[in-house]
Design a protein. Structure first.
Length: 194
């Protein structure tokens, strides 16, 4: 408990659930979810992306995204190869839907009606995926952001780096959200002295 409030423990997808995401037949939906996971973007940041945010005019990928997040603050996120693969799927989808209207200012994610996808549409896609695959976790776009941070931390990324990638204004937010001490953690820590 902190300041009289019970600290909630984040639940992320387990490895089997992540495999389900990665094997999703609808490559457009899969690309949206995996791009959220591989970048840690907020859903509002994802849907605001345009082609020129991810690709140069000569059709080569940028190596990083610059996004404007909460508080109108900009941050830079390096793009992994997997993130670029998912971006490619979304760009090809956008080209196919927009045809001659496609250009550098086109939205990255486009609906069937050729309009920029909204946060609500992304949430519906993820909700349908959750229901179709009987995933118990209350799956939302933000869970993929937590999945991103949790995966980085489990693989050894330091908290300052995770804070910067997520765009948290303070390291305290990152620490409070992503550090949970369990009895097992304490047992392992003490056993290091053996």
């Amino acid at each position: 408990m902190k300041n009289g409030k019970k600290q909630r423990v984040l639940r992320v997808l387990d490895s089997e659930e992540m495999k389900t995401v990665m094997s999703l037949d609808n490559i457009f939906h899969r690309a949206i979810m995996l791009l959220l996971y591989h970048t840690g973007l907020r859903v509002s940041e994802l849907v605001s992306l345009s082609i020129n945010d991810v690709m140069y005019s000569d059709a080569t990928f940028k190596n990083q995204l610059t996004v404007t997040g909460k508080g109108n603050k900009q941050r830079t996120i390096p793009l992994s190869q997997k993130a670029k693969e998912n971006l490619f799927v979304l760009i090809e989808d956008s080209k196919g839907k927009l045809k001659k209207l496609f250009n550098q200012d086109s939205p990255l994610i486009v609906t069937q009606k050729r309009t920029r996808m909204t946060r609500e549409w992304v949430s519906k896609i993820i909700k349908k995926f959750r229901e179709d695959n009987k995933i118990e976790l209350q799956l939302t776009p933000h869970v993929f952001r937590h999945q991103f941070a949790t995966s980085l931390i489990k693989r050894g990324a330091n908290m300052k780096t995770v804070q910067t990638l997520l765009g948290h204004s303070s390291i305290a937010i990152t620490l409070d959200t992503y550090t949970h001490t369990t009895n097992e953690d304490m047992r392992k820590a003490v056993s290091l002295l053996d």
